[in-house]
Write a protein that binds this ligand. Structure first.
Ligand code: NDP
Ligand code: AOF
Ligand code: ZN
Length: 368
């Protein structure tokens, strides 16, 4: 009996130590995965239509290589991480961490899963599987079939959040939609229907950063006509998003800033289909507009859109429930009394931020 108890206690402690080792390993994996996410984010806004991916290579608890995907057409994260390792002899004894499942298809570069097998890594740790139809578990399968130990789902939620645009695009066959506007204390977008500066210079820089992170930016006809908006990221260093204009009757004159050669522009209209330099006109019916629009943006491979207004355009998306995030900038010291009313928007606040006298409210659509 005493012997049995000792055996049971021994068994309990050995199970506990296995549990401790596994949970320690999981915590270690999370630390390296966090670094993969950090690396991937360096290319935020620059990889379209590709996802953001980061990778680190670990040999005996030391990072010996790091890489991330910089731009579509260039090396994938894993390849950049492998290339960064000085002593390639260590690779066979190393673990490669990657925030997204290694690819299994021939795109502009060869499959990373094959490269990992060819090198013969000891272990692969994956953040999240890739729902892109060309990968979707196939990368993991290649690795496992080659006898490599694969662990997946490390910081899975964070890795999915990292590629929220990419996943929404492939799973829902539409771009990730962010609504954004600035309103006065009394709820107006402008004074007397004329362009009005509501946000301060810090918010403006913040908005230009948001613009640089998204694939495209959208405005409606009236905003283009009233504001002569350029929709660039000139307040910061960052890429200009693709500009999208809804202009059924092609009312916006060709010499307006939205047609400048600083970025490509897509004009959704009811008159013509044509490509004129960096401006593409896409014909669309008014009926059932939003569904058709989402489909056409999917065909154009637009992965995310920040919608900057005006009120009519924003409200159409809010009413249809087609949005993923919203950012509202409020200037509480400004009353405009008369003008374009801000969209009606009553959703649960996720977080807020203060930039001098501007309050920024952030929302996420949980009702999709
Ligand atoms: N403070 C802020 O953050 C912002 C302020 N503004 C201000 O807002 C004002 C303009 O806003 P608003 O008057 O609401 O106009 P919009 O800029 O939203 O333009 C509305 C027009 O766009 C076309 N359109 C857009 N979406 C759709 C759709 N889903 N279906 C059909 N047609 C569509 C229609 O054109 P058509 O009638 O030709 O068919 C519609 O009349 C401006 O004064 C501007 O300065 C604008 C943006 C942001
Ligand atoms: N007035 C206003 C905004 N207006 C938005 O910015 C667009 C102009 O962009 P750009 O031509 O690049 O300066 C304009 O058409 C409208 O969509 N945005 C804000 O953050 N705060 C503001 O106070
Ligand atoms: Zn790859």
């Amino acid at each position: 009996m005493y012997q049995n108890t000792r055996q049971n206690v021994g068994c309990f402690f050995s199970k506990l130590s296995i549990f401790r080792t596994t949970s320690n390993q999981r915590m270690t994996d999370q630390i390296y995965m966090k670094r993969c996410i950090e690396l991937a984010k360096k290319a935020l806004g620059k990889t379209y239509p590709n996802p953001l991916v980061g990778s680190v290579i670990v040999y005996q608890d030391t990072i010996i290589g790091e890489g991330y995907h910089h731009k579509a057409g260039e090396n994938h994260a894993e390849i950049n991480a492998i290339n960064s390792v000085k002593n390639k002899d260590l690779l066979k004894e190393s673990t490669i961490y990657v925030s997204l499942e290694p690819c299994a298809h021939y795109g502009k570069t060869g499959p990373c899963a094959n490269k990992i097998v060819e090198i013969g890594f000891k272990k692969v740790v994956i953040g999240t599987l890739d729902s892109h139809e060309k990968v979707n578990g196939k990368g993991k399968e290649i690795l496992e079939k080659a006898g490599i130990e694969v662990v997946s789902g490390i910081l899975e939620k964070e890795c999915q959040e990292l590629n929220k645009r990419f996943f929404t695009f492939h799973q829902q066959k539409r771009p990730y939609i962010i609504l954004k506007w600035a309103q006065s204390n009394d709820g107006f977008l402008d004074k007397d229907f004329k362009p009005t500066s509501i946000s301060n210079s810090l918010s403006k820089q913040f908005v230009h950063t948001l613009r640089s992170e998204e694939h495209a930016i959208l405005i409606g006809t009236k905003t283009a006509l009233t504001d002569n908006a350029s929709l660039t990221t000139r307040e910061i260093v960052g890429r200009n998003p693709v500009r999208i204009l809804i202009d059924f009757d092609l009312k916006v004159p060709h010499d307006f800033k939205i047609f400048s050669n600083e970025a490509p522009t897509l004009v959704f209209n009811s008159l013509k289909n044509s490509e004129e330099g960096h401006v593409k006109f896409i014909k669309i019916e008014k009926e059932n507009f939003l569904d058709q629009f989402m489909q056409k943006l999917f065909e154009e491979q637009i992965q995310s859109v920040i919608i900057e207004g005006g009120s009519f355009t924003l409200t159409e998306f809010i009413k249809a429930g087609i949005w993923d995030e919203a950012v509202i900038i409020k200037n509480e010291n400004l009353n405009l009394i008369h003008g374009t009313k801000a969209p009606e928007f009553e959703f649960e606040l996720e977080k807020e931020m203060q930039l001098r006298d501007n309050l920024l409210y952030f929302y996420r659509n949980n009702q999709k």
